[in-house]
Design a protein around this ligand. Structure first.
Ligand code: HEM
Length: 450
């Protein structure tokens, strides 16, 4: 489609999978090995040459369902990166204001204060040195190395490109994150993507929730960067390096419980799922690994039959992040995210309660088409706001920064239980808002003067 022809209804609803980057739509392999590379463009010509090369090697979403084609290389750009590439000002002005400002400037809105404040972020995150973010993800080390070689070739003999940051990611044990919980389970289903929805009780979402240039859940098209060739088939990619204090998490549970079984129950109540991934709604009393491992059943539920949170606390992480049919602030379908996060760092050995000083956590990554309505709403309202319906004066027990007054309610009969003095388990070490363009758009970025 060009900007001179009026869009047809197919243009607005049928995803052009071969022009959308794999990193936007393809689920993360499981298990996986990968890396996030941050580059700085010091020389515009080298930057444009890099983008021209990337356009030839990034993976598309066309083979999104092909299990053999699971290694992918994707490229995204910060606002400073687009400027460094020479994107004209009248085009830069058409990007979402939150993207133009960048994540560090949105710190107050996102709750990135105190320990999470940009002043404490890992350099160069939050600085104007973050221009290009390459995401490499593969199902095994051999295919990761092949993808890394492709990225290296794209960077070859380009002295005007600085490699300024790198974070390796991998699934350490059995697809579980640093806290020992299976993740990456629940993802929204998207019309016309070819990917089956993961929850048979939820209708598929309109493509425009995640890819720019298509109809979204409001019946409209989210503001799409111009010219059309640049904006269409792109998405906003949010990435944050989230350090996890696993020792503090274990110690807190140990102090609150009288047995290992109770520790595991309390941990599951905080997450909304058991370590295997089995949801509390379908397994309220104990973990059911066969349920956790069954993709047809482990996400097939709503919360409507549990309005008080007796099975899955209203304030648990997974329920706050996607309340499904529960009554909450906001229309749930307007605040969904495609999560692309990956675990980093060595696991803390089982049973260890003292911190070993290692850096471990989640390289959180999420794709959406509207930063304000999707990612920022979820982070600011559902994670950090105390006025969440059903759990007043509480925050997300896992990802919010807590002070000594923070508590977590476990609804129970005859009497609820309150966990008090929640420590902070997750600290943001920095991140950025990026634009992950379509493949035609990459070619345009390689030569924006044409
Ligand atoms: C270190 C930080 C985090 C950890 C360890 C973590 C872990 C988890 C786990 C174990 C689940 C349940 C399994 C699944 O469905 O994948 C989950 C679900 C989810 N998380 Fe997180 N998460 C973290 C940060 C975040 C952040 C920052 C956001 C968004 C602002 C987020 C959004 C979600 C969403 C949307 C779901 C799916 C809920 C559903 O559809 O049922 N998470 N997370």
């Amino acid at each position: 489609m060009t900007s001179t022809t009026a869009p047809t209804s197919a243009d607005l609803t049928a995803l052009e999978l071969d022009d959308i980057q794999a990193g936007t739509l393809r689920p993360r392999p499981d298990p996986y090995a990968g890396a996030y590379l941050v580059l700085r463009i010091d020389d515009r010509r080298d930057g444009q040459e890099l983008v021209r090369r990337l356009a030839e090697v990034v993976s598309s979403a066309a083979d999104v369902l092909d299990p053999l084609a699971q290694a992918s290389l994707s490229a995204a750009f910060s606002f400073a990166g687009l400027r460094a590439l020479g994107v004209p000002q009248d085009s830069l002005d058409t990007f979402a204001p939150e993207f133009q400002q960048g994540m560090a400037a949105r710190a107050d809105k996102l709750g990135d204060v105190d320990r999470n404040a940009p002043a404490h972020w890992e350099h160069p995150l939050g600085s104007s040195d973050v221009h290009v973010v390459l995401t490499l993800l593969a199902p095994d080390v051999a295919r990761f190395e092949a993808t890394r070689a492709t990225a290296r070739t794209a960077l070859d003999k380009l002295p005007g490109i600085g490699r300024v940051w790198r974070q390796d990611v991998y699934s350490p044990f059995d697809g579980r994150n640093s806290f020992g919980f299976h993740d990456g389970i629940s993802q929204p289903g998207i019309e016309s993507s070819g990917l089956p929805g993961r929850n048979p009780h939820e209708a598929l979402l309109k493509p425009g929730e995640f890819v720019l240039g298509y109809l979204n859940e409001t019946g409209d098209v989210s503001p799409t960067p111009q010219p059309e060739v640049l904006g269409r088939n792109g998405s906003y990619l949010v990435f944050r390096k989230l350090y996890t204090d696993v020792a503090a998490f274990r110690r807190y549970l140990h102090e609150q419980a009288t047995s290992p079984a109770e520790e595991e129950l309390l941990a599951a109540k905080l997450f909304g799922r058991w370590p295997s991934g089995a949801p509390l709604i379908l397994a309220p009393d104990h973990d059911k690994p066969e349920l956790g491992a069954d993709p047809d059943r482990n996400n097939a539920f709503l919360y409507g039959d549990d309005p008080q949170g007796l099975m899955c606390p209203v304030s648990s992480h997974a329920r706050r992040m996607n309340p499904r049919d529960a009554a909450v602030t906001g229309e749930v379908r307007l605040h969904r995210l495609l999560r692309r996060g990956a675990t980093y760092g060595p696991p803390l050995p089982e049973g260890v309660l003292d911190d070993d000083g290692a850096d471990r956590g989640l390289l959180f990554a999420a794709v959406n088409a509207n930063l304000a309505r999707q990612y920022e709403f979820v982070q600011a309202q559902w994670a950090n706001d105390g006025k969440f319906i059903g759990a007043p004066d509480e925050h997300d027990p896992l990802i919010a920064a807590h002070d000594e007054h923070d508590q977590f309610t476990l609804p129970r009969k005859p009497i609820r239980r309150r966990l008090r003095g929640l420590p902070t388990f997750v600290v943001n070490r920095g991140g950025e808002y990026c634009f992950q363009p379509g493949i035609r758009a990459l070619r345009w970025l390689g030569d924006p003067d044409t």
